[in-house]
Design a protein. Sequence first.
Lengths: 107, 387
Amino acid sequence: MVNIVFIEPTGAKMPVNINEGWSLMQGATTGGVDGILGECGGSCACATCHCYVDESRLGELPEASESELEMLENVAAERRSNSRLACQIKAVNALDGLIVTLPDTQE
Amino acid sequence: MFSFDPYDPSVDADPFPFYKTLRDEHPCFWSKQAQMWVLSRYADIVSAGQDWQTFSSASGNLMTELPNRAGATLGTTDPPRHDRLRGLVQHAFMKRNLESLSGPIRDIARTTAETLRDRPKFDFIHDFSSVFTVRVLFAALGLPLGNEETVREKAVLMVQSDPSTRAKGPQHIEAYNWMQDYAARVIAERRANPKDDLISHFSAAEIDCDKLDEREVLLTTTTLIMAGIESLGGFMSMMALNLADHVRARQAVVDHPALIADAVEESLRFNTSAQRFRRRLQKDVELHGQMMKAGDFVCLAYGSGNRDDRQYPNPDSYDIARKPRGHLGFGGGVHACLGTSIARLGVKIAFEELHQVVPVYRRVAEQLAWMPSSTFRSPLRLDLTVH
Protein backbone atom coordinates (compact mmCIF):
# COMPACT_ATOMS: atom_id res chain seq x y z
CA MET A 1 0.00 0.00 0.00
CA VAL A 2 1.17 3.47 -0.90
CA ASN A 3 -0.10 6.40 1.14
CA ILE A 4 -1.04 9.42 -0.96
CA VAL A 5 -2.43 12.58 0.60
CA PHE A 6 -5.04 14.32 -1.54
CA ILE A 7 -6.00 17.90 -0.71
CA GLU A 8 -9.59 18.50 -1.76
CA PRO A 9 -10.65 21.87 -3.23
CA THR A 10 -12.21 22.62 0.19
CA GLY A 11 -8.78 22.26 1.75
CA ALA A 12 -9.70 18.96 3.42
CA LYS A 13 -6.84 16.46 3.66
CA MET A 14 -7.70 12.99 2.40
CA PRO A 15 -4.98 10.41 3.00
CA VAL A 16 -5.65 7.28 0.93
CA ASN A 17 -3.82 3.95 0.96
CA ILE A 18 -3.55 2.80 -2.64
CA ASN A 19 -2.65 -0.67 -3.90
CA GLU A 20 0.75 -0.70 -5.53
CA GLY A 21 0.35 -0.58 -9.31
CA TRP A 22 -3.03 1.18 -9.25
CA SER A 23 -3.22 4.70 -10.60
CA LEU A 24 -3.69 7.63 -8.24
CA MET A 25 -7.04 8.22 -9.98
CA GLN A 26 -8.26 4.70 -9.16
CA GLY A 27 -7.06 5.10 -5.58
CA ALA A 28 -8.81 8.45 -5.23
CA THR A 29 -12.14 7.46 -6.77
CA THR A 30 -12.41 4.25 -4.78
CA GLY A 31 -11.07 5.96 -1.66
CA GLY A 32 -13.80 8.58 -1.37
CA VAL A 33 -11.91 11.59 -2.77
CA ASP A 34 -14.43 13.92 -4.39
CA GLY A 35 -12.12 16.28 -6.26
CA ILE A 36 -11.27 13.73 -8.95
CA LEU A 37 -13.87 12.49 -11.44
CA GLY A 38 -11.98 10.11 -13.75
CA GLU A 39 -14.89 9.96 -16.18
CA CYS A 40 -13.08 7.98 -18.87
CA GLY A 41 -12.04 5.19 -16.51
CA GLY A 42 -8.31 5.74 -16.81
CA SER A 43 -7.62 5.70 -20.53
CA CYS A 44 -6.26 9.25 -20.61
CA ALA A 45 -9.25 10.50 -22.56
CA CYS A 46 -11.16 13.06 -20.47
CA ALA A 47 -8.84 15.27 -18.36
CA THR A 48 -11.15 15.03 -15.32
CA CYS A 49 -8.47 13.66 -12.98
CA HIS A 50 -6.34 16.78 -13.16
CA CYS A 51 -4.13 17.31 -10.12
CA TYR A 52 -1.24 19.43 -8.88
CA VAL A 53 1.66 17.35 -7.61
CA ASP A 54 3.84 18.59 -4.74
CA GLU A 55 6.48 20.54 -6.67
CA SER A 56 9.36 19.41 -4.48
CA ARG A 57 8.68 15.80 -5.52
CA LEU A 58 7.71 16.37 -9.13
CA GLY A 59 11.07 15.03 -10.29
CA GLU A 60 10.37 11.66 -8.67
CA LEU A 61 7.53 10.96 -11.13
CA PRO A 62 8.04 9.45 -14.56
CA GLU A 63 7.69 12.16 -17.19
CA ALA A 64 4.28 12.72 -18.74
CA SER A 65 3.72 10.84 -22.00
CA GLU A 66 2.80 12.59 -25.21
CA SER A 67 -0.85 11.61 -24.82
CA GLU A 68 -0.94 12.91 -21.23
CA LEU A 69 0.57 16.24 -22.34
CA GLU A 70 -2.02 16.48 -25.12
CA MET A 71 -4.86 15.71 -22.73
CA LEU A 72 -3.53 18.25 -20.18
CA GLU A 73 -4.40 20.91 -22.75
CA ASN A 74 -8.05 20.07 -22.04
CA VAL A 75 -8.13 20.52 -18.26
CA ALA A 76 -10.91 22.71 -16.93
CA ALA A 77 -8.95 24.49 -14.17
CA GLU A 78 -5.71 26.43 -14.52
CA ARG A 79 -2.88 24.34 -15.96
CA ARG A 80 0.32 24.79 -13.98
CA SER A 81 3.87 23.50 -14.26
CA ASN A 82 3.02 20.77 -11.73
CA SER A 83 -0.23 19.74 -13.45
CA ARG A 84 -0.58 16.01 -14.07
CA LEU A 85 -3.37 13.53 -14.77
CA ALA A 86 -3.85 11.20 -11.81
CA CYS A 87 -4.79 8.28 -14.09
CA GLN A 88 -1.29 8.35 -15.55
CA ILE A 89 0.60 8.18 -12.24
CA LYS A 90 1.07 4.72 -10.79
CA ALA A 91 1.24 4.26 -7.04
CA VAL A 92 4.72 2.93 -6.25
CA ASN A 93 6.38 2.73 -2.84
CA ALA A 94 8.82 5.51 -3.69
CA LEU A 95 5.89 7.94 -3.86
CA ASP A 96 4.69 7.18 -0.32
CA GLY A 97 3.48 10.31 1.42
CA LEU A 98 3.12 12.32 -1.82
CA ILE A 99 0.85 15.34 -1.48
CA VAL A 100 -1.51 15.87 -4.41
CA THR A 101 -3.66 18.99 -4.52
CA LEU A 102 -6.90 18.96 -6.50
CA PRO A 103 -8.16 21.87 -8.59
CA ASP A 104 -11.42 23.74 -7.96
CA THR A 105 -13.10 22.13 -10.93
CA GLN A 106 -12.69 19.15 -13.25
CA GLU A 107 -15.29 20.03 -15.88
CA MET B 1 -17.71 -29.67 -7.75
CA PHE B 2 -18.00 -26.01 -8.70
CA SER B 3 -17.63 -25.09 -12.33
CA PHE B 4 -17.96 -21.83 -14.20
CA ASP B 5 -18.91 -22.03 -17.86
CA PRO B 6 -19.38 -18.62 -19.50
CA TYR B 7 -21.15 -20.39 -22.41
CA ASP B 8 -23.84 -21.86 -20.17
CA PRO B 9 -27.28 -20.25 -20.75
CA SER B 10 -27.77 -20.15 -16.97
CA VAL B 11 -24.74 -17.84 -16.77
CA ASP B 12 -26.24 -15.64 -19.51
CA ALA B 13 -29.44 -15.45 -17.46
CA ASP B 14 -27.97 -14.93 -13.99
CA PRO B 15 -24.19 -14.97 -13.51
CA PHE B 16 -24.28 -13.44 -10.03
CA PRO B 17 -24.55 -16.58 -7.84
CA PHE B 18 -21.60 -18.05 -9.79
CA TYR B 19 -19.64 -14.86 -9.31
CA LYS B 20 -20.21 -14.87 -5.55
CA THR B 21 -18.79 -18.38 -5.27
CA LEU B 22 -15.87 -17.40 -7.48
CA ARG B 23 -15.05 -14.33 -5.39
CA ASP B 24 -15.44 -16.01 -2.02
CA GLU B 25 -14.04 -19.47 -2.71
CA HIS B 26 -12.08 -19.43 -5.99
CA PRO B 27 -10.78 -15.90 -6.58
CA CYS B 28 -8.31 -17.22 -9.16
CA PHE B 29 -10.23 -20.01 -10.91
CA TRP B 30 -9.36 -22.19 -13.91
CA SER B 31 -12.48 -22.63 -16.06
CA LYS B 32 -12.13 -25.88 -17.97
CA GLN B 33 -15.00 -24.98 -20.29
CA ALA B 34 -13.58 -21.59 -21.22
CA GLN B 35 -9.96 -22.79 -21.01
CA MET B 36 -8.93 -19.70 -19.10
CA TRP B 37 -8.44 -18.30 -15.62
CA VAL B 38 -11.24 -16.20 -14.15
CA LEU B 39 -10.55 -13.18 -11.92
CA SER B 40 -13.68 -12.05 -10.11
CA ARG B 41 -12.69 -9.71 -7.28
CA TYR B 42 -12.80 -5.97 -7.87
CA ALA B 43 -9.24 -5.32 -6.70
CA ASP B 44 -7.72 -8.12 -8.79
CA ILE B 45 -9.52 -6.91 -11.93
CA VAL B 46 -8.39 -3.31 -11.41
CA SER B 47 -4.80 -4.46 -10.83
CA ALA B 48 -4.82 -6.64 -13.96
CA GLY B 49 -6.42 -3.89 -16.06
CA GLN B 50 -3.70 -1.51 -14.95
CA ASP B 51 -0.86 -3.91 -15.77
CA TRP B 52 -1.19 -4.20 -19.55
CA GLN B 53 2.44 -5.32 -19.83
CA THR B 54 1.52 -8.55 -18.02
CA PHE B 55 -2.15 -8.84 -19.01
CA SER B 56 -1.91 -8.29 -22.76
CA SER B 57 -4.84 -7.61 -25.08
CA ALA B 58 -2.91 -8.37 -28.25
CA SER B 59 -4.31 -11.91 -28.51
CA GLY B 60 -7.87 -10.59 -28.45
CA ASN B 61 -10.19 -9.15 -25.81
CA LEU B 62 -13.53 -10.82 -26.57
CA MET B 63 -14.01 -14.04 -24.59
CA THR B 64 -14.76 -15.74 -27.91
CA GLU B 65 -12.64 -13.76 -30.32
CA LEU B 66 -13.62 -13.09 -33.92
CA PRO B 67 -11.22 -14.45 -36.57
CA ASN B 68 -8.37 -12.22 -37.68
CA ARG B 69 -9.43 -9.38 -35.38
CA ALA B 70 -6.76 -9.55 -32.64
CA GLY B 71 -4.01 -7.01 -33.12
CA ALA B 72 -6.03 -4.74 -35.39
CA THR B 73 -8.36 -2.82 -33.06
CA LEU B 74 -8.09 -0.58 -30.01
CA GLY B 75 -9.26 -3.33 -27.71
CA THR B 76 -6.88 -5.89 -29.16
CA THR B 77 -3.58 -4.02 -29.20
CA ASP B 78 -1.21 -3.03 -26.40
CA PRO B 79 0.62 0.28 -25.97
CA PRO B 80 2.44 1.94 -27.67
CA ARG B 81 0.56 0.94 -30.86
CA HIS B 82 -2.74 1.08 -28.98
CA ASP B 83 -2.08 4.62 -27.72
CA ARG B 84 -1.30 5.91 -31.19
CA LEU B 85 -4.35 4.23 -32.70
CA ARG B 86 -6.48 5.61 -29.91
CA GLY B 87 -4.99 9.08 -30.35
CA LEU B 88 -6.45 9.11 -33.88
CA VAL B 89 -10.04 8.49 -32.86
CA GLN B 90 -10.21 9.71 -29.27
CA HIS B 91 -10.69 13.36 -30.09
CA ALA B 92 -14.05 12.69 -31.72
CA PHE B 93 -15.32 10.96 -28.57
CA MET B 94 -14.37 13.62 -26.02
CA LYS B 95 -17.25 15.13 -24.11
CA ARG B 96 -16.73 18.68 -25.33
CA ASN B 97 -16.66 17.50 -28.95
CA LEU B 98 -19.98 15.72 -28.60
CA GLU B 99 -22.01 18.76 -27.65
CA SER B 100 -23.09 19.35 -31.23
CA LEU B 101 -24.62 15.87 -31.23
CA SER B 102 -26.92 16.42 -28.28
CA GLY B 103 -29.56 18.24 -30.40
CA PRO B 104 -29.76 15.50 -33.05
CA ILE B 105 -29.72 12.81 -30.33
CA ARG B 106 -32.64 14.50 -28.58
CA ASP B 107 -34.60 14.70 -31.84
CA ILE B 108 -34.03 10.98 -32.44
CA ALA B 109 -35.04 10.14 -28.86
CA ARG B 110 -38.17 12.27 -29.03
CA THR B 111 -39.30 10.86 -32.38
CA THR B 112 -38.68 7.30 -31.24
CA ALA B 113 -40.44 7.82 -27.90
CA GLU B 114 -43.41 9.39 -29.67
CA THR B 115 -44.08 6.10 -31.51
CA LEU B 116 -44.82 4.55 -28.10
CA ARG B 117 -47.56 7.00 -27.19
CA ASP B 118 -50.87 5.33 -26.25
CA ARG B 119 -49.43 1.84 -26.60
CA PRO B 120 -50.33 -0.32 -23.61
CA LYS B 121 -47.39 -2.63 -24.15
CA PHE B 122 -44.17 -2.53 -26.15
CA ASP B 123 -40.86 -4.31 -26.58
CA PHE B 124 -38.28 -1.83 -25.28
CA ILE B 125 -35.55 -3.35 -27.44
CA HIS B 126 -37.35 -3.69 -30.76
CA ASP B 127 -39.50 -0.59 -30.43
CA PHE B 128 -37.15 1.83 -28.69
CA SER B 129 -33.49 1.08 -27.93
CA SER B 130 -32.57 -0.51 -31.26
CA VAL B 131 -34.24 2.21 -33.28
CA PHE B 132 -32.62 4.88 -31.13
CA THR B 133 -29.07 3.48 -31.02
CA VAL B 134 -28.78 2.71 -34.69
CA ARG B 135 -30.01 6.17 -35.65
CA VAL B 136 -27.63 7.82 -33.16
CA LEU B 137 -24.70 5.86 -34.56
CA PHE B 138 -25.69 6.70 -38.11
CA ALA B 139 -25.91 10.39 -37.15
CA ALA B 140 -22.57 10.30 -35.29
CA LEU B 141 -20.73 8.60 -38.15
CA GLY B 142 -22.70 10.26 -40.94
CA LEU B 143 -23.82 6.94 -42.41
CA PRO B 144 -26.51 6.92 -45.10
CA LEU B 145 -29.92 5.74 -43.88
CA GLY B 146 -31.79 2.86 -45.51
CA ASN B 147 -30.44 -0.38 -44.06
CA GLU B 148 -30.41 0.41 -40.33
CA GLU B 149 -32.31 -2.72 -39.36
CA THR B 150 -29.88 -5.03 -41.12
CA VAL B 151 -26.85 -3.23 -39.65
CA ARG B 152 -28.36 -3.58 -36.20
CA GLU B 153 -29.21 -7.24 -36.68
CA LYS B 154 -25.65 -8.06 -37.79
CA ALA B 155 -24.07 -6.04 -34.96
CA VAL B 156 -26.08 -7.97 -32.41
CA LEU B 157 -25.37 -11.35 -34.02
CA MET B 158 -21.61 -10.90 -34.33
CA VAL B 159 -21.07 -10.54 -30.57
CA GLN B 160 -22.89 -13.78 -29.80
CA SER B 161 -21.44 -17.25 -29.34
CA ASP B 162 -22.81 -20.75 -29.69
CA PRO B 163 -23.46 -22.35 -26.28
CA SER B 164 -23.07 -25.90 -27.57
CA THR B 165 -19.84 -25.59 -29.55
CA ARG B 166 -18.42 -22.87 -27.25
CA ALA B 167 -17.30 -20.97 -30.32
CA LYS B 168 -18.63 -18.58 -32.91
CA GLY B 169 -21.21 -20.28 -35.12
CA PRO B 170 -21.49 -19.84 -38.90
CA GLN B 171 -24.27 -17.27 -38.47
CA HIS B 172 -22.04 -15.16 -36.17
CA ILE B 173 -19.11 -15.31 -38.59
CA GLU B 174 -21.43 -14.45 -41.47
CA ALA B 175 -22.65 -11.37 -39.55
CA TYR B 176 -19.06 -10.36 -38.78
CA ASN B 177 -18.08 -10.71 -42.45
CA TRP B 178 -21.15 -8.77 -43.52
CA MET B 179 -20.19 -5.96 -41.12
CA GLN B 180 -16.64 -5.89 -42.45
CA ASP B 181 -17.95 -5.59 -46.01
CA TYR B 182 -20.30 -2.83 -44.91
CA ALA B 183 -17.46 -0.97 -43.15
CA ALA B 184 -15.26 -1.43 -46.24
CA ARG B 185 -17.90 0.21 -48.43
CA VAL B 186 -18.23 3.15 -46.03
CA ILE B 187 -14.43 3.58 -45.91
CA ALA B 188 -14.16 3.45 -49.71
CA GLU B 189 -16.94 6.00 -50.03
CA ARG B 190 -15.24 8.37 -47.56
CA ARG B 191 -11.91 8.04 -49.32
CA ALA B 192 -13.58 8.92 -52.61
CA ASN B 193 -15.55 11.79 -51.07
CA PRO B 194 -13.79 12.85 -47.86
CA LYS B 195 -15.81 14.79 -45.29
CA ASP B 196 -14.83 16.39 -42.01
CA ASP B 197 -15.81 13.31 -40.03
CA LEU B 198 -14.31 10.49 -37.99
CA ILE B 199 -14.19 7.79 -40.67
CA SER B 200 -12.73 10.16 -43.31
CA HIS B 201 -9.93 11.22 -40.96
CA PHE B 202 -9.28 7.76 -39.66
CA SER B 203 -9.17 6.08 -43.04
CA ALA B 204 -6.53 8.56 -44.22
CA ALA B 205 -4.50 8.59 -41.00
CA GLU B 206 -0.88 7.67 -40.50
CA ILE B 207 1.02 6.53 -37.43
CA ASP B 208 4.67 7.56 -37.31
CA CYS B 209 4.57 8.42 -41.02
CA ASP B 210 3.27 4.94 -41.55
CA LYS B 211 -0.20 4.61 -43.05
CA LEU B 212 -2.51 2.55 -40.92
CA ASP B 213 -2.66 -1.07 -41.88
CA GLU B 214 -5.78 -1.64 -43.98
CA ARG B 215 -6.85 -4.31 -41.52
CA GLU B 216 -6.64 -1.76 -38.68
CA VAL B 217 -8.84 0.73 -40.53
CA LEU B 218 -11.37 -1.93 -41.45
CA LEU B 219 -11.61 -3.76 -38.14
CA THR B 220 -11.50 -0.64 -35.98
CA THR B 221 -14.38 0.80 -38.01
CA THR B 222 -16.21 -2.54 -37.77
CA THR B 223 -15.72 -2.54 -33.99
CA LEU B 224 -16.92 1.06 -33.64
CA ILE B 225 -20.15 0.16 -35.45
CA MET B 226 -20.58 -3.01 -33.38
CA ALA B 227 -19.98 -1.19 -30.09
CA GLY B 228 -22.06 1.84 -31.04
CA ILE B 229 -25.07 -0.33 -31.71
CA GLU B 230 -24.79 -3.49 -29.65
CA SER B 231 -23.04 -2.20 -26.53
CA LEU B 232 -25.10 0.98 -26.27
CA GLY B 233 -28.33 -0.89 -27.01
CA GLY B 234 -27.48 -3.70 -24.61
CA PHE B 235 -26.79 -1.24 -21.84
CA MET B 236 -29.99 0.69 -22.47
CA SER B 237 -32.05 -2.48 -22.16
CA MET B 238 -30.36 -3.31 -18.84
CA MET B 239 -31.08 0.18 -17.56
CA ALA B 240 -34.74 -0.12 -18.64
CA LEU B 241 -34.95 -3.49 -16.90
CA ASN B 242 -33.54 -2.02 -13.68
CA LEU B 243 -35.99 0.88 -13.74
CA ALA B 244 -38.91 -1.42 -14.63
CA ASP B 245 -38.08 -3.67 -11.69
CA HIS B 246 -37.34 -0.91 -9.17
CA VAL B 247 -40.48 1.19 -8.95
CA ARG B 248 -39.13 3.75 -6.48
CA ALA B 249 -35.98 4.34 -8.50
CA ARG B 250 -38.03 4.84 -11.65
CA GLN B 251 -40.43 7.19 -9.91
CA ALA B 252 -37.47 9.18 -8.56
CA VAL B 253 -35.88 9.67 -11.98
CA VAL B 254 -39.22 10.48 -13.61
CA ASP B 255 -39.89 13.13 -10.94
CA HIS B 256 -36.31 14.42 -10.99
CA PRO B 257 -34.70 13.79 -14.40
CA ALA B 258 -31.39 15.10 -13.05
CA LEU B 259 -31.15 11.79 -11.18
CA ILE B 260 -30.95 9.84 -14.46
CA ALA B 261 -27.17 10.37 -14.46
CA ASP B 262 -26.97 8.58 -11.07
CA ALA B 263 -29.22 5.78 -12.33
CA VAL B 264 -26.91 5.35 -15.33
CA GLU B 265 -23.85 4.89 -13.11
CA GLU B 266 -25.62 2.49 -10.77
CA SER B 267 -26.96 0.53 -13.76
CA LEU B 268 -23.45 0.28 -15.20
CA ARG B 269 -22.39 -1.23 -11.89
CA PHE B 270 -25.41 -3.37 -11.13
CA ASN B 271 -26.02 -4.84 -14.58
CA THR B 272 -22.81 -4.39 -16.50
CA SER B 273 -23.42 -5.18 -20.17
CA ALA B 274 -19.76 -6.03 -20.93
CA GLN B 275 -19.64 -8.75 -18.28
CA ARG B 276 -16.28 -10.27 -19.20
CA PHE B 277 -13.26 -9.50 -21.32
CA ARG B 278 -10.10 -11.50 -21.63
CA ARG B 279 -6.36 -10.89 -21.52
CA ARG B 280 -3.32 -13.11 -22.12
CA LEU B 281 -0.46 -13.44 -19.68
CA GLN B 282 2.98 -12.38 -20.82
CA LYS B 283 4.69 -13.93 -17.80
CA ASP B 284 3.93 -16.34 -14.96
CA VAL B 285 1.81 -14.78 -12.22
CA GLU B 286 1.00 -16.27 -8.83
CA LEU B 287 -2.30 -15.14 -7.36
CA HIS B 288 -4.32 -16.49 -4.42
CA GLY B 289 -2.13 -19.59 -4.32
CA GLN B 290 -2.57 -20.42 -8.02
CA MET B 291 0.21 -20.27 -10.57
CA MET B 292 -0.97 -18.84 -13.88
CA LYS B 293 1.47 -19.46 -16.70
CA ALA B 294 2.74 -17.16 -19.42
CA GLY B 295 0.53 -17.69 -22.46
CA ASP B 296 -2.59 -18.52 -20.42
CA PHE B 297 -5.76 -16.56 -21.11
CA VAL B 298 -7.38 -14.71 -18.19
CA CYS B 299 -10.99 -13.55 -17.97
CA LEU B 300 -11.58 -10.25 -16.17
CA ALA B 301 -15.15 -10.57 -14.93
CA TYR B 302 -16.15 -6.90 -14.68
CA GLY B 303 -19.72 -7.85 -13.85
CA SER B 304 -18.45 -9.71 -10.81
CA GLY B 305 -16.06 -6.99 -9.67
CA ASN B 306 -19.00 -4.60 -9.72
CA ARG B 307 -20.88 -6.87 -7.28
CA ASP B 308 -17.92 -7.42 -4.94
CA ASP B 309 -18.90 -6.58 -1.37
CA ARG B 310 -15.22 -5.94 -0.65
CA GLN B 311 -15.73 -2.80 -2.74
CA TYR B 312 -19.47 -2.01 -2.69
CA PRO B 313 -21.51 -2.61 0.46
CA ASN B 314 -24.77 -4.46 -0.12
CA PRO B 315 -23.79 -4.99 -3.76
CA ASP B 316 -26.90 -6.88 -4.89
CA SER B 317 -29.14 -3.95 -4.13
CA TYR B 318 -29.91 -1.46 -6.92
CA ASP B 319 -29.54 1.92 -5.26
CA ILE B 320 -29.45 5.02 -7.45
CA ALA B 321 -28.16 7.08 -4.49
CA ARG B 322 -25.04 4.91 -4.30
CA LYS B 323 -22.85 6.87 -6.75
CA PRO B 324 -20.57 3.88 -7.36
CA ARG B 325 -17.34 5.63 -8.26
CA GLY B 326 -14.63 3.55 -9.86
CA HIS B 327 -17.12 0.95 -11.16
CA LEU B 328 -16.04 -1.36 -13.95
CA GLY B 329 -19.07 -0.82 -16.18
CA PHE B 330 -16.78 0.64 -18.84
CA GLY B 331 -13.82 -1.59 -17.97
CA GLY B 332 -10.77 0.30 -16.72
CA GLY B 333 -7.16 1.24 -17.36
CA VAL B 334 -5.78 1.89 -20.84
CA HIS B 335 -8.59 -0.11 -22.44
CA ALA B 336 -11.47 1.63 -20.68
CA CYS B 337 -14.32 2.18 -23.14
CA LEU B 338 -13.75 4.86 -25.77
CA GLY B 339 -17.43 5.70 -25.88
CA THR B 340 -18.06 6.60 -22.22
CA SER B 341 -19.14 10.18 -22.96
CA ILE B 342 -21.40 9.45 -25.92
CA ALA B 343 -22.94 6.50 -24.04
CA ARG B 344 -23.68 8.60 -20.95
CA LEU B 345 -25.04 11.46 -23.06
CA GLY B 346 -27.15 9.22 -25.30
CA VAL B 347 -28.67 7.14 -22.49
CA LYS B 348 -29.49 10.21 -20.42
CA ILE B 349 -31.29 11.92 -23.30
CA ALA B 350 -33.04 8.69 -24.34
CA PHE B 351 -34.54 8.14 -20.88
CA GLU B 352 -35.45 11.81 -20.43
CA GLU B 353 -37.49 11.64 -23.61
CA LEU B 354 -38.86 8.15 -22.97
CA HIS B 355 -40.16 9.24 -19.57
CA GLN B 356 -41.98 12.21 -21.12
CA VAL B 357 -44.12 9.72 -23.05
CA VAL B 358 -43.95 6.61 -20.87
CA PRO B 359 -43.46 7.56 -17.22
CA VAL B 360 -44.73 4.25 -15.80
CA TYR B 361 -43.65 0.81 -16.97
CA ARG B 362 -42.98 -2.63 -15.63
CA ARG B 363 -41.85 -5.85 -17.16
CA VAL B 364 -44.32 -8.39 -18.49
CA ALA B 365 -42.39 -11.66 -18.32
CA GLU B 366 -40.77 -13.02 -15.20
CA GLN B 367 -38.27 -15.02 -17.27
CA LEU B 368 -36.40 -13.26 -20.05
CA ALA B 369 -34.66 -14.73 -23.07
CA TRP B 370 -31.00 -13.74 -22.77
CA MET B 371 -28.51 -13.22 -25.55
CA PRO B 372 -26.12 -16.16 -25.86
CA SER B 373 -22.76 -14.46 -25.37
CA SER B 374 -19.65 -15.28 -23.37
CA THR B 375 -18.72 -11.57 -23.26
CA PHE B 376 -21.87 -9.42 -23.12
CA ARG B 377 -25.15 -9.74 -21.22
CA SER B 378 -28.52 -8.34 -22.20
CA PRO B 379 -32.02 -9.66 -22.91
CA LEU B 380 -33.10 -10.38 -26.48
CA ARG B 381 -36.54 -8.99 -25.83
CA LEU B 382 -37.93 -6.80 -23.06
CA ASP B 383 -41.70 -6.47 -23.08
CA LEU B 384 -42.94 -3.64 -20.90
CA THR B 385 -46.47 -2.76 -19.89
CA VAL B 386 -47.29 0.84 -19.10
CA HIS B 387 -49.71 0.17 -16.24
